[in-house]
Design a protein. Structure first.
Length: 417
């Protein structure tokens, strides 16, 4: 297993705090004079944050490609798993879509970013040309995959990755298990993600500093609203969406389910990584919830990779927050685009700490929203990452129970024990 950097949380908090202090000193006082202030703004904060954002952007396409291809190509038997696979994927995608929708609904109702007008707003020329439904659909099917990758056309990249993963899977017997090479490449990429994330403390320092030196501290009152609303939606999703689905699609006792999930949730909370939590989730789903081993061993790891409802909730709320902060009203079609992109972005996010904030970039980019705002999101992200990872793994277990029960593969004796 790839280890997350030591003391990352502490260091990010420290970077954030230092960014606040240094930025605020320059914004509220003039003890260093204009020259030094301008130097700091440009050659420390702007330079550092631009490099950090570039590194994040650099990862997106290969990250999505390798994680999807290695996930799909390593499914051991596509045919016998056919029905279970279809149900699992359908449930994963729909719960994630519900999650973002809930997040967008709450976000547009309570407006976390309204009333604040950042000077770091978007320049008009960076607005993307508005896209209709027709173009959105056509763009899923690239005529040139290299061009699609170069233009960051995520849906096209996802489409190609799925096709490629399936082909790889089908030809494994001819290619001497070539798919294993992709699993290895995926591991290498995870390491790259971790390496770049380990620079997050410096990145956060520069991003926060850049905000505060230009705008002062007011913006973080708005971030407070974002945090509270996000936590609210995470709780609603677990206790309403999952409860309803489990109630409707299974006959298991909800209270028992949540009590038995406690350890998994706590483990996910403390590691901030669904991947690191896989052994605990698997154990609980099989030994405590009574899900058949074959179902669990497929549903849980796939879920850790592609099912991230908590992450999607964050991405929906963050998009609304940043759009409102930049004074942009998203149209209905853009809301639908956010739902699709957040589902994709949460699939593409690696199951490691903070990965969701990396794929958030792709959504912001799609709407020409200021990527600098990621600084605010990252500043408050640590605790939110812990919480949403708990939601992510709870979703995996809920789907495992639903799929198992629908196939008659849930042992009630074990569940009720
Ligand atoms: N930390 C999350 C997970 O592993 C991913 C994220 O949202 O950043 O599930």
């Amino acid at each position: 297993m790839i280890d997350a950097p030591n003391n990352l949380t502490r260091n990010i908090l420290f970077g954030m705090f230092a960014g606040f202090v240094v930025g605020a000193v320059f914004y509220y006082t003039n003890i260093f004079g204009d020259q030094i202030s301008l130097f700091f703004e440009k050659y420390v904060f702007l330079l550092g944050s631009t490099i950090f954002i570039n590194l994040l952007k650099m990862l997106i396409v290969p990250l999505i490609f390798f994680s999807l291809v290695s996930g799909i190509s390593s499914l051991s038997n596509l045919n016998s798993l056919g029905k279970i696979t279809a149900k699992t994927i359908a449930l994963y995608l729909s719960t994630t879509a519900i999650a973002v929708t809930l997040s967008l609904a709450v976000g547009s109702l309570f407006k976390p970013g309204a009333g604040y007008n950042s000077e770091i707003s978007i320049a008009p020329e960076s607005l993307p040309p508005s896209q209709g439904v027709f173009e959105t659909i056509v763009n899923i099917f690239p005529s040139n995959i290299i061009q699609a990758m170069a233009n960051n056309e995520m849906l096209a990249v996802v489409f190609f990755s799925i096709l490629f993963g399936l082909a790889l899977n089908k030809t494994n017997h001819l290619t001497n298990n070539f798919s294993q090479s992709f699993e290895k490449l995926n591991t290498v990429f995870m390491q790259l993600v971790i390496t770049i994330i380990s620079f997050a403390p410096i990145g956060v320092f520069c991003l926060i500093g850049k905000f505060v030196i230009v705008d002062g501290l007011d913006v973080f009152q708005e971030a407070f609203k974002y945090v509270i609303l996000l936590i609210l939606v995470l709780i609603l999703h677990v206790f309403i969406t999952y409860s309803l689905l489990l109630k409707l699609l299974t006959s298991i006792n909800l209270k028992t389910f949540f009590i038995k999930m406690k350890d998994v949730a706590i483990f996910a909370f403390s590691t901030s990584s669904s991947a690191a939590t896989i052994p605990v989730t698997l154990k609980t789903v099989q030994n405590d919830l009574g899900v058949n081993k074959n179902v669990a061993s497929f549903v849980v790891p796939v879920g850790a990779t592609i099912n991230m409802d908590g992450t999607a909730i964050m991405q929906g709320m963050a998009t609304i927050f940043i759009a409102q902060m930049s004074g942009i009203d998203l149209t209905l079609i853009q809301y639908v685009q956010v739902i699709i992109l957040a589902v994709v972005a949460s699939i593409g996010a690696a199951a490691v700490p903070s990965a969701g904030t990396i794929t958030l970039v792709l959504i912001l980019q799609q709407f020409g929203l200021p990527l600098e705002a990621i600084g605010i999101i990252l500043a408050v992200d640590r605790i939110l990452d812990m919480l949403r990872t708990s939601v992510n793994v709870t979703g995996d277990a809920a789907v495992a129970c639903i799929v198992a029960e629908s196939e008659g593969l849930l042992d009630k004796k074990i569940f009720n024990k």
